[in-house]
Design a protein around this ligand. Structure first.
Ligand SMILES: Nc1ncnc2c1ncn2[C@@H]1O[C@H](COP(=O)(O)OP(=O)(O)OP(=O)(O)O)[C@@H](O)[C@H]1O
Ligand SMILES: [Mg+2]
Length: 283
């Protein structure tokens, strides 16, 4: 699991004082491996948001990323929910029960009948609400569905549940980028770090595809580098600050209102900074 960036990070940690704020370290050297910029314009991309910790912001981040692509790149985006715990899409996007992943998996050739347009170029496919059915999804069913979906969409942004099941693993294997989300606490960072370890070692997910993002960072809460260096095994790609004015329920009332939130601006910054989007390019 040791990468070049990781060994550099360790060297750096040796040199800095013990009580430096973690985010300062981040801005020096936690940006991921060199040359990992993605060409978001030309590629078809599957981006999956995972975490084995509940309430860390997976759904909020998935929706914000979809809205970001909607605004900046203006291509077709599908928000796919792989959360049967149950998920939030039904309520947030007011999707009827008869439109869901369950039917889309059963009839992948007409999956678009189960998709709902939620904002301009963004559609959503709600997850199934029965976890037992989700457990019994046949292997390859997800692959077949994704084959059909990627003929019509440029980006598939996948929101997942806390428990990693078969369908989530199937989509992780197909994903170009995986955002692993932790809350801003040592125990959450340790837990997500061990999930990443499992994904890489046990399920052979390439480590370079995984970006470790820490959400809900609060200013008053400062970690000691020494604490972090003991539990973290990969670079932290980005931090998202806690935004007291943000709420996932904003999407219910006015989807566009997310653009003015600090939460969205942070997501935008992370993606813009790392992919070199040029504002002048209209596509
Ligand atoms: N940066 C942030 N600042 C403030 N609130 C946030 C932030 N990120 C997420 N939240 C809030 O945290 C709560 C949990 O977020 P969300 O439902 O997106 O997490 P989740 O990981 O999808 O949860 P679950 O495990 O239940 O699926 C929501 O109320 C959301 O509005
Ligand atoms: Mg969620």
């Amino acid at each position: 699991m040791k990468s070049l960036a990781n060994s550099e990070q360790n060297i750096l940690i040796d040199k800095v004082s013990d009580d430096i704020e973690l985010s300062n370290i981040s801005s020096i050297n936690f940006k991921g491996l060199p040359g990992d910029k993605n060409n978001y314009y030309d590629k078809k991309l599957i981006i999956t948001i995972v975490s084995n910790k509940g309430g860390v912001g997976k759904t909020s981040i998935a929706i914000a990323v979809a809205m970001f692509f909607s605004k900046e790149i203006k291509k077709k985006i599908l928000l796919l929910e792989l959360d049967s715990s149950p998920g939030d899409f039904g309520v947030i996007f007011d999707i009827e029960n008869n439109k869901s992943l369950e039917l889309a998996l059963r009839f992948p050739e007409k999956y678009n009948e189960y998709v709902k347009n939620i904002y301009k170029n963004v559609d959503a496919l709600k997850g199934m609400s029965n976890p037992l059915i989700a457990e019994n999804i046949k292997k390859d069913a997800v692959n077949l569905l994704v084959d059909f979906i990627s003929k019509d969409y440029d980006y598939i942004i996948v929101d997942t549940q806390t428990v990693i099941n078969g369908p989530v693993l199937d989509i992780l294997k197909l994903s170009d980028e995986i955002l692993a989300i932790s809350e801003y606490s040592l125990e959450s960072i340790a837990r997500v770090s061990s999930l990443i370890d499992t994904l890489v070692k046990k399920f052979s997910i390439p480590e370079y595809k995984i970006k470790f993002i820490v959400n809900k960072r609060k200013f008053l809460h400062i970690f000691k580098v020494w604490d972090i260096s003991k539990i973290i095994k990969m670079p932290i790609y980005a931090f998202i600050r806690f935004d007291g004015k943000f709420s996932k329920s904003k999407f219910i009332f006015n989807k566009g209102s997310i653009f003015n939130t600090r939460f969205f601006k942070e997501i935008k910054k992370i993606f813009k900074k790392n992919i070199g989007i040029n504002n002048d390019v209209e596509r």
